[in-house]
Each structure stands twice: as C-alpha cells, then as structure tokens.
Design a protein around this ligand. Structure first.
Ligand SMILES: Nc1ncnc2c1ncn2[C@@H]1O[C@H](COP(=O)(O)OP(=O)(O)O)[C@@H](O)[C@H]1O
Ligand SMILES: [Mg+2]
Length: 334
C-alpha cells in the first residue's frame, strides 16, 4: 500500500523568480507524524499547499493516501484535513456553528454532524465556549477550534501548518498535548510544519529539516543529533575575528572539527567538550584573538541545522523574513 504521503522532487517557482521548492521529497507513513522543520521562507507552506491541492508544482509528483494530487485532487480532498497557517474559522459564528458548517460542506448529515461537533468540542476543551462567537476566543482556543475543524470529516491525513505560531507558552503546551494525542490515534498520519526547534524536538517522531526548498536532513530528532558525534562548542567574540586565522589556530588542535564561523560566532564539534575548551581558549588567547564567551553543549537541533544548512536557524529565520518581530518570535523560544 502507498504511504500516507509521498512527495518526490517537488519544484515550485513563484512569479518574481522565487524558487520556493527546489526538489523537495518526503514520505509520511500511515499513523506517523512527520515534522517539517525549517526557518520562515523555507517552503513549508508551499509544500502543504501542493499536497492539499491548492496549488500545482512546476515539477515533481505527489500522492496522498495513494491519490495523485495532480490527477485526482477531488479524491485527495476527501481524505485530508487541513489546518492552515491562518485560521479558517468564521469569527462571527460560534465554535459549534463553525464545526457544523464544516461538516455540511463535506456532505455529512444533520444528526451525524451535530454528534461529531459535540464530540470535538469536548475533546478540544471548547464545550463551555461552544455557543460563543469565535471572535471572543483566545488565540489558543481559536487554534484548537482550527484543528477540530480539520478533523470533522474524519480525515486519514492531517496537515498542520505552524499550529502553535503566535500562541503563548501555556496555549502552546496544551496544543502540543492535543497533537501528541492525535498522533496516537491509529491510522491518522500527520504532516506538521514548524519553525520552532523545541516543538519539532518534542512532537515529531521523525523530522525532515527543510532549507531553501529542499530536505537537507531527515531522521528522528535523537538520530539526527546523534550523527553529530561528541559535543558542540560555541565561541563568541565582541567583534568578528579574522576567519582564516581562527581556522588555522583551531586546525592545530586535535579533536576539534566541523568548524563553522558565522560573524562573531563560531561552532565546532569535539569528542569531549569539557576537555577541549581550555585548550581552545588558550590557543586563541595566544594568537591574540581571545574569545569573549565559550559554551559546551550536547548537540541540539540547532546544531543539526547548522551542520546541514551552514547557518544558524535563528539567523536563517531573520534573513528570510527580514522582520524584527519574527526574529524575536524565533529567538525567544529556543
Ligand atoms: N504567492 C507567492 N508569491 C510569491 N512568492 C511566494 C508566494 N508564496 C510564498 N512565496 C515565497 O516562497 C518562499 C517559500 O514560502 P513558504 O512556502 O510560505 O515558506 P514557509 O512556509 O516555510 O515560511 C518564500 O521566499 C516566500 O516569500
Ligand atoms: Mg509557512
């Protein structure tokens, strides 16, 4: 049987020569949750739009629940639930009415749709607010309703595009719990996109890290981190040092590898960080380039991204959006 989602070599160029997807391939198994992790502008929403038949790729193929998204979009639409990055709920209608309308759109009958709405309102903790207009809901309640809306017609494949962006920490935690529970439901496959490293770490059993429209690394969060043997060493200067000279100094130290210099920051890998740092600092001191700060850490997903994309996740997020607000949002939750 075909996988829940199979995408192969997706390419999408928007007007203005923006290459949003550059040969993206993913596979999501039945009952699996795949996290598509990438900075803003990486191509996550474009991937979701293609797989949910909203836009067509320039090249590549994709099937959802065995149906070709280009040849059988009608069949694809029947088996998927979509929670897009922006809320699809009608703010002037109540939560219950939104759910009932959604069910009717999918051809569900009166009694069935009311039963299903009640079930979802309970499940997502929206019973008390069921009769209130959605515009009175908190951000977290609204997002939970969005997920409930995506589930009304019992889809087999669910797309969650940045389900927790903009939520406060408490609402995020409650959404995480919901998503984890959904993933436990048998047979529901979930493609979850996120630009939060901690969210990807926490929720996705398997991760595909996307950078500039391609999957650059794939695996369980632990396996991805495990591939980066040893510890991560991070150094910082007050001003960007001379890169070739820094590299030359560190190159003479045994066991220091994968050096990546990014302005005034440097990351490297070592077998034993605690042992390596004093030697690294002493060598830099001696060369007249004393570091202002040094930290040692077990590898994080940020290190995984750095390794495969060649730049820090938060920096990529800023670069792609150019927006200070986004930068704060991305940096604040790491
Ligand atoms: N309708 C569009 N027209 C032109 N460019 C677009 C459009 N939608 C997205 N893009 C660009 O395509 C790239 C990928 O966007 P998107 O898929 O939304 O990324 P993500 O969801 O990962 O933030 C970005 O550079 C974005 O600006
Ligand atoms: Mg997006």
């Amino acid at each position: 049987m075909a996988h829940a989602i199979e995408a192969d070599g997706l390419v999408k160029t928007y007007p203005g020569d923006v290459r949003a997807l550059d040969g993206l391939s993913i596979i999501v198994g039945h009952g699996e949750i795949l996290g598509l992790l990438g900075p803003n502008g990486a191509g996550k929403s474009t991937t979701v739009k293609i797989l949910t038949t909203l836009i067509r790729p320039d090249a590549g193929t994709a099937t959802v629940a065995g149906h070709d998204v280009l040849r059988r979009p009608d069949r694809v639409r029947r088996v998927i639930g979509v929670v897009s990055q922006r809320s699809g709920a009608d703010p002037e209608a109540s939560g219950r009415d939104n759910l009932v309308l959604q069910g009717r759109l999918y051809g569900m009958g009166g009694a069935e749709v009311r039963r299903r709405a009640a079930e979802l309102l309970e499940r997502f903790g929206l019973e008390e607010a069921a009769s209130r207009k959605v515009k009175t809901y908190s951000g977290g309640m609204r997002r939970r309703l969005d997920v409930a809306l995506g589930l009304v017609h019992r889809p087999r494949v669910l797309f969650l595009d940045e389900p927790t962006t903009g939520l406060d920490p408490e609402a995020r935690a409650s959404m995480w719990a919901e998503i984890a529970r959904l993933a436990g439901d048998d047979a529901l496959a979930i493609l979850l996109t996120t630009h939060y490293l901690d969210e990807a770490d926490r929720l996705a059993r398997r991760l595909a890290i996307v950078d500039r429209g391609r999957v650059v690394a794939e695996g369980t969060p632990d396996a991805l981190k495990g591939e980066l043997h040893g510890d991560a060493v991070h150094l910082e200067w007050r001003e960007a040092p001379d890169e070739p000279r820094v590299r030359a100094v560190l190159g003479r130290l045994p066991g220091v590898r994968d050096v990546i210099v990014d302005g005034p920051r440097l990351s490297a890998r070592t077998d034993d960080g605690a042992a390596a740092v004093p030697a690294v600092l002493a060598a830099l001191d001696q060369a007249g380039m004393p570091a202002a700060a040094a930290t040692v850490a077990r590898p994080s997903l940020d290190d995984v991204y750095l390794r495969y994309a060649g730049r820090r996740f938060a920096q990529a997020d800023v670069a792609e959006t150019g927006g200070a607000a986004e930068a704060v949002a991305a940096g604040g939750v790491r």
